[in-house]
Design a protein around this ligand. Structure first.
Ligand code: ADP
Length: 273
């Protein structure tokens, strides 16, 4: 379990929502650095009506493609990897700049936070975290915006920490009541819906069902350093066990995001204890 250094985090955040914008939803994962501006703008138009939430986002093609190209998933040993690390950071900053620009243009007071400045990892798992800055931003009325990142790693030098893992840690640290995962499909299906037309949407899951489907779910069918849908499900269990309502929805449907933000029943996959 990650150590938590933030004294600013109290129980008063129990009304908080964490919304994760999936890399597949906000970028074209098959093409380097292609951002889905329309999806981000329609998401922002929903979110501008709310307060007290944190945006977490995936890196999509801005991260997964250079991570693969420069072999950054394993220990960092070579000069080529160090240059690749730097190039990947530049690419991630480009995504962050675009994302925060679109959000602020649409009246969301988004405040970028570098995950690598508040986390340390060991073999890709968060082992220490300091969310004092995030808590302070929330108190001011800002919307912290934090992405999957290359983070300093005790064993590997640096490693990829996914937006999914960060979203779950934030949800637990801030006692969020709801954690929304927005992605490019309607939720969790009985098979990858992009490869199987007969795949059926799973609307509700309990922890036992979650474990079962984690083993069955496939990876993303594109470069993805954090395991696609299977990676996401693996991360979710601790949030569910902490009594946080977890929902996976399609971010291309703004009305579903609005319903999820309002705590209404929504088309998607709801996972609860
Ligand atoms: P994001 O980057 O938005 O967080 P991921 O790419 O990690 O999302 O996961 C979503 C992708 O997972 C979908 O685009 C889909 O192709 C793939 N996938 C594989 N198996 C499943 C499944 N059983 N149900 C839903 N999606 C699945």
């Amino acid at each position: 379990m990650a150590r938590n250094h933030s004294s600013l985090i109290g129980n008063e955040e129990a009304h908080l929502i964490i919304i994760k914008l999936g890399g597949a939803a906000i970028t074209d994962k098959t093409r380097l650095s292609v951002i889905k501006r329309k999806t981000i703008a329609s998401t922002a138009r929903v979110l501008e009506k709310y307060r007290d939430y944190i945006i977490v986002h995936g890196a999509g093609s801005f991260g997964h493609i250079p991570v693969k190209k420069y072999s950054l998933a394993g220990p960092i040993r070579s000069q080529r990897q160090l240059i690749g690390y730097s190039k990947t950071k530049a690419s991630l900053l480009k995504l962050e700049t675009e994302l925060v620009s679109i959000l602020s243009k649409n009246h969301v007071p988004a405040a970028p936070v570098a995950a690598s400045s508040c986390l340390m990892a060991d073999h890709g798992r968060i082992v220490s975290q300091n969310f004092a800055t995030v808590a302070s931003m929330l108190k001011l009325g800002l919307v912290p915006c934090i992405g999957g990142d290359l983070v300093q790693d005790i064993s590997l030098g640096a490693s990829v920490v996914s937006g999914d893992q960060i979203a779950v840690n934030l949800a637990i640290a801030f006692h969020a009541h709801t954690l929304i995962f927005g992605t490019d499909v309607d939720g969790l299906f009985t098979a990858n819906p992009k490869l199987n037309n007969n795949a059926k949407l799973i609307s509700t899951l309990d922890p036992v069902g979650l474990k079962k489907w984690t083993e069955k779910a496939g990876p993303a069918n594109v470069p993805d350093a954090s395991g696609g849908m299977r990676g996401k499900l693996t991360e979710i269990l601790p949030a569910v066990m902490a009594d946080i309502k977890v929902i996976i929805i399609n971010l291309d449907m703004p009305s579903r995001l609005q319903a999820a933000m309002d705590g209404k029943t929504v088309k998607g996959t709801q996972i609860s204890h």
